[in-house]
Write a protein that binds this ligand. Structure first.
Ligand code: HEC
Ligand code: HEC
Length: 151
């Protein structure tokens, strides 16, 4: 009798453990947004920086080799096309590439952005700046990047 009771208790516990291991994941816990994946929430409105170039503050680089975010208004400079690239008028400065500049002065494009540094010729793969560089709005990251920032 005692033996049988033990057996039943054991069986009951084992079944219980199986049941917990096979618990379905709630649809609230699947995504990063912590709401049901069936929800279609309206995203919060946000604004890109309205500061004119020179009045912006450089952002910290998200991770080493990340293209820096644009800290100023670019609405007057887009779209960037083959025949019209206003970004270059401020950022193309081969003689200063890689060097620090005072606040308010356009950051010179790095060495990698020129096909020939002596003549200051733009590398074709960098022609459309907005392919890699984007303005940044004040939005808290969904998930913190703990790999470390800085350049
Ligand atoms: C009128 C000059 C001017 C124009 C045009 C301009 N910028 Fe800038 N840019 C600046 C200045 C000045 C800064 C430094 C931050 C500040 O003072 O606003 C800057 C900063 C940046 C940075 C951040 C660099 C860093 O050090 O973190 C990026 C990226 C950038 N600009 C990209 C662009 C792109 C892409 C365009 C074209 C769509 C553009 N800029 C057009 C002047 C300009
Ligand atoms: C293919 C992607 C790509 C394109 C296109 C591109 N960039 Fe960059 N840019 C980068 C990356 C990546 C870095 C960071 C370089 C590093 O970490 O070594 C960078 C850095 C910069 C910086 C900061 C330099 C510094 O010393 O901090 C400026 C300014 C800049 N780019 C401007 C431009 C402009 C203006 C254009 C268009 C003419 C452009 N970039 C096109 C990827 C790109």
């Amino acid at each position: 009798m005692k033996r049988q009771l033990l057996l039943y208790t054991g069986l009951f516990l084992a079944l219980g453990a199986c049941a917990t291991a096979n618990q379905p994941i709630s649809d609230e816990a699947m995504g990063l947004s912590k709401t049901s994946v069936f929800n279609d929430p309206a995203p919060a409105a946000f604004d890109y920086p309205a500061e004119r170039p020179g009045a912006g503050t450089r952002y910290e680089q998200s991770y080493h080799t990340a293209p820096p975010m644009i800290p100023h208004d670019i609405s007057a400079f887009v779209p960037v096309t083959q025949s019209k690239n206003l970004c270059l008028s401020c950022h193309q400065n081969a003689a200063m590439a890689g060097q620090a500049v005072p606040k308010g002065v356009p950051t010179p494009m790095p060495v990698s952005h020129y096909s020939d540094l002596a003549s200051g010729k733009l590398d074709g793969s960098r022609a459309v700046c907005t392919l890699c560089h984007a303005p940044q709005a004040k939005v808290d990251p969904l998930v913190e990047n703990r790999l470390g920032a800085g350049r």
